[in-house]
Design a protein around this ligand. Sequence first.
Ligand SMILES: [Ca+2]
Ligand SMILES: [Ca+2]
Ligand SMILES: [Ca+2]
Length: 329
Amino acid sequence: MSAWQLCLFGILFLTCKAGAAALAAILAGGEFDLPADTPSGRLDTAGEFGFVGALAISSGGGNYRGSAVALSSEWLLTAGHNADLNDDGLPDAVWSASFYLPGYGSFAVSRAYTHPGFTGFANPSVHDDLALLHLSAPLPVGMSFPTLAGTGIGDEITLVGFGRSGYGDYGYTTSASLTDRRFGSNVIDSFQLDDEGSGRAEVFRYDFDAPDTTGLTGGSLGNDVETIIGPGDSGGAALKLTVNGWELVGINTFTEGYGGRFGDTGGGVLVDPYQDWILQTTGIPEPGCAVLLMLSLLGSLLRRSRSAAILPKGRLLLDSRIFSSYTLR
Ligand SMILES: [Ca+2]
Ligand SMILES: [Ca+2]
Ligand SMILES: [Ca+2]
């Protein structure tokens, strides 16, 4: 493998296959940098992100973990590769999953739908890596769900998931879990345009900046704020805080680099270009959602895509799925 490892983290656990890709987690900053930070310091103890849950997945005899975002009481949005462990782009034939929400319990998934443009993780690209999951029974009454929205280069996003954590100066130190929901932030550095040629941006990337760049242009948001996803974070949320509350702008799916270290790159799939597919698949006309989705669709039509990012030659691409044994795929 060459100098860089390109890791696509699709927030779930995969069975062990030599040479294949791995999964995604929310990392803390430097262990000995200021402001002081730890993996436990990134926990969502207040339940701010109650619509993001963990996925326990079984497929082909293997057990995996990931993350997912509740869009309504019956539908989840996650990384496509969480439903496609054999990387052919289609939901696996013998696949099952449960959605774990801390404080609420677990909820069985009845069916998975991968995006029609998804051809498998890094097979050959990271594009269109989305899946919609339908729950067997509705989530508890009273939950709130994020609005879907667009975003731009330079926007600050908050990343939420149940994946591995650790320290930016040397990588992972914790396991992924079904209980520990972590969050951190970064700034979108670049977009990559639709692989089907629509001209719209559909993949986003950000870099995990070291604390000594805090305050510099394009630098860290602060040692206890800047983060990157890790294994088990695949399918989790990339959110933007607005006057309307948390808006879902992306699904976290991959990392590129050495595994949770400063200088690595993380990324995922923007949700805005996929709102028509989400609407058609879910038929979400749940109270308040239809109007918001239509407004977002209108916004999508008016919004222009940004410049594409080109990957440095030789980097290794890995997804952010992880195996139940915590071995990277
Ligand atoms: Ca498959
Ligand atoms: Ca595409
Ligand atoms: Ca950054």
